[in-house]
Design a protein around this ligand. Structure first.
Ligand code: ADE
Length: 260
């Protein structure tokens, strides 16, 4: 997987890219991140990359020429790979989106700064816009790192454990079941007995039920599209019947009417 990152602040990337899973993925040639400083393609002697907006108003806007020149020089025009612009206006980045992106061998991420980009970049060059959530950051650098990490985790071999990404929250369409490690008792707080029983099929069922329970409690919307078998539906219907915590009516209706 190759990322071409266009940014005014390339220096923020290496410390994170040189740590843990991303570092190992790079060392194993599963990940390549090329950093391109947009300022290097500015056309004036002061290397200006922003200017005041036409029509007045506060703030500065990223000029089109340095970004265009940078893209042209690295990827050509039309660009050799999809160009993703990071902005709060984009489609929300999700695990499903990460899975789609992980199948594309080369991606360009364009990090904005200031109040935004000259609209012509968006109109004429960009393949798609992505946001990492409904809040405004000072630039696209952290969102780019978020995307690089979420996508790299999905590359086969990037995580030590081959099931790692599948067991994650969202990987299976459900939130992750609770995890425990030694000691079996800490401050009087016990690890559930079943996890210490050695009964693998009972542990498997318990984990699945816990994942269903958590998803129902915290993110019931995910159950609408999760793959659920007969045992899952029986468990969920029982939880709904016992009504231990409030569940939205819309979710109750979907689950109680669903056949496996
Ligand atoms: N740039 C500024 N805020 C952002 C966000 N939430 N997502 C993506 N890019 C951004």
């Amino acid at each position: 997987m190759r990322f071409e990152v266009f940014t005014l602040f390339p220096q923020v990337f290496p410390p994170y890219l040189e740590t843990s899973i991303l570092k190992r993925a790079k060392e194993n040639n599963l990940l390549e991140v090329n950093l391109h400083n947009i300022r290097d393609w500015a056309e004036d002697k002061h290397h200006t990359t922003d200017d005041t907006p036409y029509g007045g108003g506060g703030g500065m806007v990223m000029k089109p020429e340095p970004i265009y020149n940078a893209i042209n020089s690295v990827l050509g025009i039309p660009p050799a790979c999809p160009l993703i612009l990071l902005t709060p206006q984009g489609e929300t980045f999700t695990q499903q989106k990460a899975e789609m992106l992980s199948k594309i061998p080369r991606l360009a991420l364009i990090c904005g700064r200031y109040e935004g980009f000259d609209e012509r970049i968006r109109q004429h060059l960009i393949t798609e816009e992505l946001s990492i959530g409904d809040y405004v950051l000072s630039g696209g650098e952290l969102p780019a790192l978020v995307i690089i990490e979420a996508v790299t985790r999905l590359i086969p071999g990037a995580l030590g454990d081959p099931d790692g990404a599948f067991d994650d929250s969202f990987g299976s369409g459900l939130l992750e079941y609770p995890q425990y490690t030694r000691p079996p008792e800490f401050q009087g707080w016990q690890v559930p007995a079943i996890l210490q029983s050695g009964d693998h099929s009972a542990i498997h069922r318990w984990r699945r039920d816990q994942a269903l329970l958590r998803t129902l409690q915290k993110r019931p919307d995910l159950l609408v599209s999760a793959e659920l078998d007969k045992a899952d539906l029986t468990f969920l219907k029982q939880v709904i019947k016992e009504s231990v915590f409030p569940i939205p009516d819309s979710i109750i209706n979907i689950i109680t009417q669903r056949e496996d």
